[in-house]
Design a protein around this ligand. Structure first.
Ligand SMILES: Nc1ncnc2c1ncn2[C@@H]1O[C@H](COP(=O)(O)OP(=O)(O)OP(=O)(O)O)[C@@H](O)[C@H]1O
Ligand SMILES: [Mg+2]
Length: 252
């Protein structure tokens, strides 16, 4: 589905590169997370995947084709819901389709479908201010889905939510993922969140980085939160936390 081949990248204003010769793959339909300390380049990875930044070296492929030769192959959901307060929920969901000039009747059809899917059809005429934080993130997710891409890039989508809402949203997201069959790449600071959601976790430990360790999560889907208490899962969580902390210690 996604392949990085020897990708190197440096922001113009920086002296040091952020990544050098990075190669990794994500399989079709997989749920993977990317964890790493703040500022290590997680969001930049997404900017490279969706073409907002261009690598100085290497290639990025989606479905075996260079990303520079295709459009609408990925859909991005940011940390904040970024809904427009003056637009109704349905009008917010339609934004990507407006940009893609999808005909109006098709827009309505897809919008109804996706709002049904995320359980918010009754809120279609309401405004973002009328919804809770979790509901707004569900609208933002619906908007990410409606663009039709098979690869979803979710950048800390739940980090602004309170703990209990976040836990609900994680379970909700896993159901959405399983129903949709889409490939999800999920950035998070929260190791437990990464463990609960992902099949594999990529760990960024260095700066610049030239590889990401890929760690398999030993749990089957569908998942229950109780499984997080299993010794091998609890150990994995601790191992990941210590990997991330080691980097901070080096920096001090
Ligand atoms: N548009 C930009 N131009 C120049 N430098 C940037 C730009 N965006 C990010 N950076 C720098 O690149 C580094 C990595 O940023 P990035 O946003 O990818 O990190 P991150 O891992 O997503 O961090 P966080 O966990 O805090 O979101 C940071 O040092 C940041 O200051
Ligand atoms: Mg970021």
């Amino acid at each position: 589905m996604l392949e990085f081949k020897n990708v190197s990248f440096k922001y113009d204003i920086d002296e040091e590169p952020m990544m050098t010769n990075l190669s990794f793959t994500v399989n079709d339909g997989e749920f993977v997370s990317v964890i790493g300390a703040s500022g290590c380049g997680k969001s930049t990875l997404f900017r490279l995947i969706n073409g907002l930044e261009k690598p100085q070296g290497g290639e990025i492929y989606v479905d075996g084709k260079l990303i520079t030769e295709q459009k609408n192959y990925s859909s991005f959901m940011p940390q904040k819901d970024m809904l427009f307060p003056w637009r109704t929920i349905e009008k917010n969901v339609c934004i990507p389709m407006e940009i893609m000039r999808v005909p109006k009747d098709e827009q309505e059809k897809r919008c109804t479908e996706v709002l049904n899917q995320v359980g918010l059809i009754d809120y279609r005429k309401k405004y973002p201010k009328d919804l809770s934080g979790g509901m707004k993130q569900r609208v933002a997710f619906a908007r990410t889905l409606v663009a039709g891409a098979n690869m979803l890039l979710l950048d800390e989508p739940f980090s602004a939510l309170d703990y209990l809402t976040r836990v609900d949203m994680q379970e909700w997201l896993l159901k959405q993922w399983q129903n949709s069959g889409k490939t999800v790449i999920f950035i998070t600071h929260d190791v437990e969140e990464a463990v609960f959601l992902s099949k594999r976790i990529f760990v960024i430990q260095d700066k610049p980085f030239s590889s990401m360790e890929s760690v398999e999560v030993p749990m089957d889907y569908p998942r229950k939160r109780e499984a997080l208490k299993r010794p091998e899962v609890a150990d994995l969580k601790e191992m990941l936390i210590s990997k991330l902390r080691r980097r901070y210690t080096y920096e001090k």
